[in-house]
Ligand binder design. Structure first.
Ligand SMILES: Cc1cc2nc3c(=O)[nH]c(=O)nc-3n(C[C@H](O)[C@H](O)[C@H](O)COP(=O)(O)OP(=O)(O)OC[C@H]3O[C@@H](n4cnc5c(N)ncnc54)[C@H](O)[C@@H]3O)c2cc1C
Length: 379
């Protein structure tokens, strides 16, 4: 097994580091404070091919696999988790759903626009009363001839306002029936479809999170992805891949926090010595580095299996569970190593700490990952 970056991974990592210096680092503090979603950054990432990493070249994408995808998200998230989260939601969820389950006409219509970031994509599964229990959703679509009329609301939707197109999963059958839900692809500007309240968040503040509202929203049956009744099953498959991207996001945040803490521990003197010379700090760094390596191995294992077309249901949940918990632990220790300065916005540790917490919640909480893993091993 070769754990080194391939040529493509090295190229992507270098490109993102340069991009971060020019286009992210100078403004990321401002975006974080004002909760601005920097659409122009995503347009530029689109020019670099990073908004359609997994999309085949015939649809305008980069045609890379999951190893390159993990590297791209982790490298971006090392700089700014918000940008990593938005890139993950766009690539894995909205674009990924259309790529996996769209028909040829839908792929031709949407993938080139999404892969180049001409359009930003959103994906709506969660509702105010049904998060972990998404299958219990209440947003409903009722058939009316060749059309369906949708009513209800989704919440916590990444790019709910700025997204040009959204894939949404809504109820078309009985509550409690996993085949009672259907996925629709809906464009911004469709009458009856609008964005609601924008969340004011602890972290990931430059990644936009809003409600989606449906009020007698009429959509043609051609907007259905796959077949009626397949939406929930499709969503679970999309999340199997999506969780690899949240593991990568977690990994990047942990690596960024670790690198900052490592450098600081060698510069900061107390008792006339660098604080890294104290075993209490050195052992923290040893634990952080070890956990990051383990998270990286789980994440790249899931990515490699996904590339080989294997079922990654358990492995992506394991990678997401472990990497996200590591991200929070490492960011927490980074704040500790920075001491009082870690508690201020003059140093990077506090942002990593705030951003890391989303990783144990989004695309299924840690508790839900344990449910997925335990179901797989108890089968
Ligand atoms: C910044 C952000 C971006 C997001 N982006 C999107 C998006 O683009 N699209 C989308 O559809 N959703 C998105 N989400 C929603 C996210 O996936 C949900 O928040 C998540 O799945 C948890 O749902 P919930 O918030 O309703 O929590 P709940 O389901 O209410 O959970 C509350 C607590 O109960 C625990 N719990 C629930 N059920 C069980 C159980 N069976 N066993 C043990 N514990 C349990 C949970 O683990 C958690 O600790 C986003 C969320 C955030 C915060």
């Amino acid at each position: 097994m070769d754990f080194n970056y391939t040529e493509n991974q090295s190229m992507i990592a270098g490109m993102i580091r340069d991009f971060g210096v020019k286009h992210i680092k100078p403004q990321m503090k401002e975006w974080d404070e004002s909760q601005e979603f920097p659409v122009e950054v995503f347009k530029k990432l689109g020019e670099l091919g990073l908004m359609g990493v997994l999309v085949p070249t015939e649809y305008g994408g980069s045609g890379f696999g999951y190893l390159e995808y993990v590297t791209a998200i982790a490298e971006l998230s090392k700089i700014d988790g918000s940008i990593g989260l938005s890139m993950a939601a766009h690539n894995s969820l909205c674009t990924g759903h259309i790529l996996q389950f769209g028909n040829e006409a839908q792929k031709q219509k949407y993938l080139p626009k999404l892969a180049t970031a001409e359009w930003i994509g959103a994906w709506g599964l969660t509702e105010p009363n049904t998060g972990s229990d998404a299958g219990n959703m209440r947003t409903v679509a009722v058939q009316d001839g060749d059309h369906w009329v949708i009513n209800g609301a989704k919440n916590f939707i990444t790019h709910g306002k700025s997204g040009n197109v959204a894939v949404v999963i809504v109820r078309t059958g009985e509550v409690g029936d996993s085949h009672g839900m259907t996925a629709f692809v809906i464009e911004k500007g469709t009458p009856g479809f609008s964005a609601g309240r924008k969340e004011d968040k602890l972290g990931m503040r430059a990644s936009e999170t809003t409600e989606l509202i449906f009020e007698d929203c009429r959509v043609h049956q051609d907007q259905i992805l796959g077949k009626v009744g397949e939406g929930f099953i499709q969503a679970m498959k999309v999340l199997d891949g999506g969780r690899i991207s949240i593991a990568a996001l977690s990994l990047g945040i942990a690596q960024g926090a670790f690198e900052a803490a490592l450098a600081y521990s060698q510069e900061r003197n107390q008792f006339n010595k660098p604080i890294s010379s104290f075993q209490g700090i050195a052992f923290k760094l040893a634990d952080m580095a070890t956990e990051i390596e383990a998270a990286s191995l789980l994440t790249y294992q899931a990515a490699d299996m996904k590339n080989r077309g294997l079922n990654v249901n358990k492995e992506s949940a394991m990678a997401k569970l472990y990497a996200s918990e590591v991200s929070v632990r490492v960011a927490n220790e980074a704040v500790q190593i920075f001491g009082g300065y870690g508690f201020t916005k003059d140093y990077p540790a506090e942002k990593y700490y705030r951003d890391s917490k989303l990783c144990t919640i989004g695309e299924g909480t840690s508790e839900i990952q344990k449910l997925v893993i335990s179901r797989a091993i108890l089968k």
